[in-house]
Design a protein around this ligand. Structure first.
Ligand SMILES: [Ca+2]
Ligand SMILES: [Ca+2]
Ligand SMILES: [Ca+2]
Length: 182
């Protein structure tokens, strides 16, 4: 019973929910287009890391055809240049194709970075392709999501009131543990 009560209190204090920010689908023609998703509305609190997933269909069949990706100016690297070491994504071999099929890759964005990017409630995602991306529709499809565990702010007095018994409990357990070791 105590465990159930404690769980309920913690849940109420954190108010955590899965947040999903979707962008696209977008497309672009010409040579080396830049695709921007500006002012994506985001929750401002996060627990843990965020994950960004991209679905791309376009002219990306050799190392000179790639895209540089930034999120609020923070670089997520260069994707689809057949070089897995210069980006955070997990595209197989970091390889695309010439608009034959859609490829999907995802990357982790560390909490230490992402938490500061979302403080203003907005995200700007930029996808800057190289000039060689110019064939077969150029970029036929670009879409994706940014997902993370959102946490709502709780007024400090309420949080302190809710956490105090739990904190005291944990401190007591730690003291007991120390004593038993000594
Ligand atoms: Ca090509
Ligand atoms: Ca790369
Ligand atoms: Ca921002």
């Amino acid at each position: 019973m105590k465990k159930i009560l404690l769980s309920a209190l913690l849940a109420a204090s954190f108010s955590a929910n899965a947040a999903v920010i979707s962008f696209g689908p977008a497309s672009a023609s010409g040579s080396g287009p830049v695709i921007n998703f500006n002012n994506l509305v985001t929750p401002t609190g996060i627990i843990g890391d965020a994950t960004i997933t991209l679905n791309i269909n376009g002219d990306f069949d050799w190392s000179g055809e790639f895209a540089d990706i930034t999120l609020d100016g923070f670089s997520l690297g260069r994707v689809l240049d057949n070089n897995t070491t210069n980006d955070a994504f997990n595209f197989a071999g970091d390889a695309g194709n010439q608009s034959a099929s859609t490829v999907t890759g995802s990357a982790t964005i560390a909490n230490s970075v992402f938490a500061s990017l979302i403080l203003d409630g907005l995200l700007n995602l930029s996808f800057d392709t190289s000039a060689a991306v110019n064939c077969c529709g150029t970029v036929n499809h670009l879409s994706g999501t940014i997902t993370f565990n959102e946490v709502s702010a709780v007024p400090i007095p309420a949080a302190a009131f809710m956490f105090a018994p739990a904190l005291l409990g944990f401190m007591g357990l730690r003291r007991k543990a120390k004593n038993s070791v000594a």
